[in-house]
Design a protein around this ligand. Structure first.
Ligand code: URA
Length: 437
């Protein structure tokens, strides 16, 4: 087989076979194909989009370009979740322990934050000692013992995607729906799961801002996952405003722990997405048949302390002090400098723009502009007010934290552009817009 023939075939818009996709994926993973040919192949796929069948074949080829975890012997359903990312989206931190205590095996592979979006791994690492570099042997052992492990992508899991994602970024072929689908699903398929729940965000802080674009991506993700033999559903959720009250790593970890402690009223939007996501995971994994009953069951697991106990087990297994879950405020500290953003007029919060908040958090030190940047775990934003809340002039809307006074000023300046106050109360927003089955 010759790479040139495959490129020309795709350039002529002819369907590729699994063998051809495998040749490309393995060549990318092993470094035996030059970047110029791989980039040319990606551009041909961008200009002549892969069909539904080709997308599934390409996904499988990339998933098999490295080691695929296997939970064949698991007596309980194996499931994971993917979010297309946003601001304040720390759902996974609470979701993994919650669904593990509801009887799922959860090998949860997550990523790092980049630009205005945060990453689960950074949030986990805000807990001193937490180890996300767990080799497959530990993943198997931990899942057998406690049903859940939260880890980062190893170099052996879908290595073709790592190489090809960087080339897409450098060659103008990122925004292809089939390529995005294959990139996301190859990593999930390599985890050896049978059940996948996906949260596709839309709105200013989302990967795709337009609702219709996000919906098309959600549909393609679900149909491709099903073609590959996974049980899958997706939610379309609003990311025009940050989810919950916390933005930043230690902050978001704190929020998730408080939720697992049963303090749901301070962040009802976060709680709504958490419960719906967890319930959908139980439905697709056939642990529950009825969504309402699933939610009642999950709430019970939070109220009786089981979910928090599961989080403590995760902390213990992965090197962090389980006392963090008992006294989160003591261990998950904010950065040393604080500046409050206060209302300049009376009125109602009309909107707090997610993307601007995410970028302000990066300026405070909570995120990265490039993968090499260092994160300041204590930097971030706590939203005292959210859309629809009444505010009086001088009242605190948000508290900003940084360990550097200059960064605090820069983050504050940008954050002040995120908040819109109106005289009239805005209509309530529908957070969970649609379920794609
Ligand atoms: N996330 C991924 O993992 N891959 C893409 O192509 C886009 C977003």
């Amino acid at each position: 087989m010759r790479m040139l023939d495959i490129i020309i075939k795709k350039r002529e818009n002819k369907p590729l076979t699994f063998e051809e996709f495998t040749f490309v994926a393995n060549g990318a993973a092993k470094g035996t194909l030059p970047d110029y040919q791989l980039s040319s192949f990606l551009m041909a796929c961008f200009l002549n989009p892969l069909s539904q069948k080709e997308t599934a074949l390409w996904t499988k080829a990339m998933a098999f370009s490295g080691q695929r975890l296997s939970f064949k012997d698991s007596k309980i359903p194996v499931a994971d979740k993917h979010s297309t990312g946003g601001v304040g989206d720390g759902i996974s931190l609470a979701l993994a322990p919650l669904v593990a205590c509801a009887g799922l095996a959860v090998p949860m592979m997550s990523g790092r934050g980049l630009g205005h979006t945060g990453g689960t791994l950074d949030k986990l690492e805000s807990m001193k000692g937490f180890n996300i570099a767990t080799p497959p042997k530990q993943i198997y052992k931990q899942i057998k013992a406690i049903g859940v492990c939260m880890f980062g992508q190893t170099k052996d899991l879908a290595p073709a995607d790592k190489k090809l994602y960087a080339l897409r970024d450098a060659s103008g072929s990122v925004e292809s729906r089939p390529l995005i689908t294959a990139s996301i699903l190859s990593k999930k398929y390599a985890e050896g799961i049978d059940n996948l729940f996906i949260d596709v965000k839309f709105g200013s802080g989302a990967f795709m801002q337009k609702y219709e674009d996000s919906k098309k991506l959600a549909k393609m993700l679900v149909s491709t996952a099903k073609l590959m033999g996974l049980n899958c559903r997706a939610l379309l959720t609003d990311m025009n405003e940050p989810l919950g009250r916390a933005i930043g790593n230690a902050n978001e970890m704190l929020q998730s722990i408080l939720i697992l402690k049963g303090q749901k009223d301070f962040a009802p939007d976060f709680y709504e997405v958490l419960l719906e996501s967890a319930a959908q995971m139980l439905i697709i994994s056939k642990k529950q048949k009825d969504i309402k009953k699933a939610k009642v069951y999950l709430e019970k697991l939070i109220k009786d302390g089981s979910a928090l106990k599961k989080l403590k087990e995760i902390l213990k297994w992965q090197g962090a002090d389980s006392k963090i879950a008992d006294e989160p405020q003591k261990y998950l500290k904010n950065a040393k400098y604080q500046k409050d953003f206060v209302a300049k007029t009376n009125g109602y919060i009309n909107n707090i723009d997610a993307k601007t908040c995410g970028m302000a958090a990066v300026l405070l030190g909570a995120g990265r502009n490039t993968m090499e940047d260092k994160i300041d775990y204590g930097a971030g934003i706590w939203l005292d007010k959210k859309s629809g809340d009444k505010v009086a002039k001088g009242q605190i809307i948000a508290r900003l934290y940084a360990n550097d006074k200059k960064k605090l000023e820069e983050g504050y300046k940008l954050f002040s552009q995120a908040v819109k106050i109106s005289a009239k109360k805005p209509a309530p927003n529908k957070l969970i817009r649609e379920i794609i089955k």
